[in-house]
Design a protein around this ligand. Sequence first.
Ligand SMILES: [Fe+2]
Ligand SMILES: [Fe+2]
Length: 474
Amino acid sequence: MSISLNDKIPNNVDLSSNRKLQKALLAWQPNFIDWWMDMGPEGFQQDQIYLRTAVSVEKGGWAHFEYVKMPEYRWGIFLSPHQKNRTIPFGDNIGTPVWDKVPGDLRKELRRIIVTQGDTEPASVEQQRLLGRCAPSLYDLRNLFQVNVEEGRHLWAMVYLLHQYFGRDGREEAEDMLARRSGDADSPRILDAFNKPIDDWLSFFCFTMFTDRDGKYQLGALAESGFDPLARSTQFMLTEEAHHLFVGERGLQRVVRRTAQLMNEVPSGDVVKVGGIPLPIIQKYINEWYSASLDLFGGEDSSNAASYFASGLKGRFKESSSRKWTDHVALEGVYEHHVPNSTGGLTTEEIPMRRAMNLVLRDSYTADCERALSRWNRELENAGLTERLYLPSDRFNRDMGVFSGFGYTPQGEYMDWEAFQAKKSQWLPTDDDRNYVQSCMVPVYEVGKMASWIAPPKKGINSQALDFEYVKFH
Ligand SMILES: [Fe+2]
Ligand SMILES: [Fe+2]
């Protein structure tokens, strides 16, 4: 099915043949735009941004670049191509045909999965709303807006599923998506990391590196779901998501590269003197966002995760394509993990495989984060420095799972709660750290120029030069 870009709602789901659904989504559309104008990037809605838009869902040829005013972005519904005769690749229903409709007994679970995923999309736009004011370059400003419009599109992807498959409940959920607000005391977003403020670009890069990457693993686990419309929606979302992760990983890499360069240039090595961001502050931001993102995976031993796997709703990352998974039923075997005991030590426990699916997914995520860390450390190594960045222990600063409420250093050593509280400022950003980072956030809107705390990227977007005019101000 090709994309009908000229429809009021661009789509490849043959929306015009389903009048009722089309009408419902056309009624939701102005509310979405109102939300966007209210909670989307502040101060840039009239400017021309060099953005990519989906024009095809086929591999290789899906993106088209042009100048667009954000409120005129072609948000729509794009599903990856239908695979004929697809069967459920894991769980109790393995080998049986996938569902084109919601199975009655899984309705509640599916709705919860879709609403939880959907809620994160507008949340991140809200969190990043003011960042345009202090962008380090036009290149970065454009990337921020690309991420923002695509998170808006991901909301469309989930809202389509709610409207199409969940009747009245689904329509109500879709309304609620536009009513909750990130960080709001009365009506917050569902997950904690999506209520945290993102006031500076170091936080933004950490968010797109660590928190969006949780999204990659959640979407990856849903991309082979037995509920075929969900699988096809998340597959296409993943292709967009790759750019968000690139923005975060390479953004942090550029900050590290610049800091390393300044450390070598300043005789004392004190980069604050020349407007750089010191490595210890970068480390604290990593500590904060990595630990908050681990919480998003949920409890280590989870009956929900087991039932999602059993019923074929949510698998592991690359359930059928990774060689890591040979047994797709997962009724045998255990997954080992550590739990704190009463004396402050650790006990090894075994979780039956299906109940450990959150942890299995989280471990795939951690390996991916480690890969990025070694890339950043190569920057330090290449600059001849001995300092290194690291991921904190999974016990550090947790609000979810078995280590929540315990004090651990980033190296994973136990300490009593009071001692931990007293030392926390060594490991997590303090007000002074945040204020310093904030002081570096001066906007640079001149074509081809870059703020002093970050190195330029190696390449531009869509093969454009670095001094390309990625944003044209009105
Ligand atoms: Fe997203
Ligand atoms: Fe994203």
